[in-house]
Design a protein. Structure first.
Length: 179
């Protein structure tokens, strides 16, 4: 049972710009249409857990629902999801550890954790096992940071690095926990 983060950041560590836009993520030319390992990653996971803001952002995209795995949206205020995703998206609430345990009991053991606040909250509770972060060589100078404050440092071990398209770098880290 593992919780993964798979995300892109700017060179200065932001996941969205000052206006909550992510257009800058698509500015790097990708003539061969490489998914840079995304499909391999998605084949490893059972479900996604995202925050309400991320769900709403994805719903605003001008495309079909992009996920083929169940998506669990963390929210204490939402009561329904859009009808077109009602068979793919489910609302969950409660303490994060409890939510993860309930999903694990339902057979969702490899979870993709997505969304800035959600990732930060999972990190605060030491519930992230692996970070896969692609750095895009753009300085945003502000916006939504991937990382927030922690009560104590969390140690990770670098396990791999891969360059894509001659300018993007994906680094993978696993959580190192004291025995």
């Amino acid at each position: 049972m593992k919780n993964y983060v798979y995300i892109a950041t700017s060179l200065d560590g932001y996941i969205a710009d000052k206006n909550n836009n992510i257009d800058w993520l698509h500015e790097t030319p990708n003539p061969e249409g490489s998914d840079m390992g995304y499909s391999v990653f998605m084949s490893r996971i059972d479900a996604l857990v995202m925050g309400r803001n991320t769900y709403e952002k994805v719903m605003s995209f001008d495309c079909d629902w992009p996920y083929h795995k169940p998506v669990f949206v963390l929210s204490n205020t939402m009561t329904t999801v859009a009808p077109e995703v009602a068979d793919k998206v489910f609302i969950v609430s409660g303490e994060l550890e409890q939510v993860v345990n309930e999903l694990n009991q339902k057979g969702f053991n490899e979870l993709y954790i997505d969304g800035g606040v959600t990732i930060q909250n999972f990190l605060k509770q030491d519930l992230i096992d692996e970070l896969i972060i692609t750095t895009i060589p753009t300085l945003l100078g502000g916006g939504i940071s991937l990382f927030g404050e922690l009560a104590a440092p969390l140690k990770f071990k670098h396990i791999s690095s891969q360059q894509h398209l001659g300018c993007l770098v994906t680094n993978s880290f696993i959580r190192v926990r004291e025995s």
